[in-house]
Design a binder for this molecule. Sequence first.
Ligand code: C2E
Ligand code: CA
Ligand code: CA
Length: 570
Amino acid sequence: MNDFVDSRLKMKRRILIVDDEEINRLLLEQILKDEYEVLLASNGKEALETVEKERGRLSLILLDLLMPVMDGYEFFNSLQKDSQLSQIPVVVLTSEKEAEVKSLRMGVADFIPKPYDIPEVINARIARIIQLYENRNIITATQFDVLTELFNREYFLEYASIFDQFYPEEEKDMIAVNINRFHVINEIHGHALGDEVLCAVGKGIKGYVNDHKGLACRYSADSFYIYLPSDDHAQGLLDTLCDALKDVLEDSDSRVRIGIYKNASANSDLGKRLDFALLACNSLKGNYNEHIAFYDDQMSKREHFEEQLIHDLDRALSEKQFKIFYQPKYEITSGEPKLTSAEALIRWFHPELGMISPGKFIPLFENNGLIGKVDHYVWEEAAKSVAEWKKKYNVSIPVSVNVSRVDMLSKGLAGEIKDIVDKAGIDVSEFLPEVTESAYTEDSTNIFSIVNELREKGFRIEMDDFGTGYSSLNMLTSLPFDVLKLDMVFVRNIHTDERVRRLVEFVMDFAKYLGVTVVAEGVEYKEQYEILKELGCDIIQGYYFSKPLPAEEFEKLIEKGLKGGEKNDN
Ligand code: C2E
Ligand code: CA
Ligand code: CA
């Protein structure tokens, strides 16, 4: 028999013996007390009180029929009126054939004739009935996952609640285990290896729960849950699983992530216990250096916040709750800095949550694919602004827009952007897509073809966040882009750290060699500005000149620029 079931059966069930004759009660108690926790009542009324007190925790009732105060029939009928109590199997203790038939007709589970049989027979009979009734609640044909031999989802949930019922005082932890990049294992190395990985993890988990008196299941694909008495499980479980994977995968140490919901049993909602453990587990997604996370309330709060943002997105778009801010870019190569262009940066003015910065919702919408809608909106608004400034001030102020790596997956992207620009009536040179360096290095083939398509249509491409994406010099020479945007991490220390200054100097030289324009962003101080100017940087963007501004305020800067006198003093 499977170890889990075995341990489940070892949990002591509670049995209530109802009989008015003390000698009968003691006799049965004697027979059953090794295997069961035995409770006693001497009539139906007392029994009803006990049943109520032990609601949800009784596995079986042994019932005498003829008793004073309240007899067995009346007691049984009362039980049947309660949907939960009527689920407890009742075994009748009788000495007359007639009563046996009558009680079976009433719907009792079984009967045991008096005088009592040999103890083993009584014990076996009771064990069988308890098992029968417990399993009655479980509908699936097999209780085990074929691949890993752990419980399947339904049985796991059922046994977890039985576990709670019988050990209500014991604190228990819910743990979610997932495998990092499991789909990649399947896709690249084939399903056979995928199966091997699952089996190895299953085996590791099984050993662990056996040692710690818990239960576990494979919930779906590479998602496992463990429910076990609370303890300091994190490191021990991680070590066990890494060890189990060591012969199957080379990078076994970075493959598992574990989310722990401590003292989960305090939460009465079993579904929530799974959710919270998984939430902790998912907080590690994409982070291959950390393998264990504990659930905390912040995770739920963040999840609710994110749910709300997703829910509110369409309405926000139609009600124009998103506002585009423009951060000016100043050209510094000739004499006085000159406002030449801007970057469009989105802000969400949510009616209940107030202003939300893009860092809070862009990654979220990138993860669920909704970013396309948001970016499309920003591009349209930005293109309209460029057209408006042209009309109003008779100047061309090109705008850079952020193009998420996720947008790059859409084949029709170049056409979509070109349509927006045409519709607004501006030139392709006035609209600059920014693509982060890491997008280039992560998925070069796709990016290359879309970027090339955009360039063929006349767009100039900015490589954003340069220095954070690990492209090699060698790669840089072959990547298609026209403007290099130095990430702020370089700018931050350029005036305090000589090594950073030299690195930037080198990047500038290399950019010259490639023939691309260099923009430095995040410039906050005069010293930073001066060094960048000296090193030959073309364009500066940062608080030193101006924060991102709402369109109306940005227009004031344009007006000021037209009159001469450039630097914004905010
Ligand atoms: P990013 O594209 O690197 O944008 C530059 C960020 O640096 C902006 O933050 C900007 O406000 C901030 N910044 C500019 N100058 C300074 C400075 O001198 N000091 C400091 N400390 N920060 C400065 P923001 O607006 O919060 O945007 C954050 C990120 O959100 C952006 O980083 C971009 O990746 C993303 N994002 C913003 N708008 C959009 C959008 O419309 N679409 C997409 N896909 N992403 C967007
Ligand atoms: Ca950007
Ligand atoms: Ca950037």
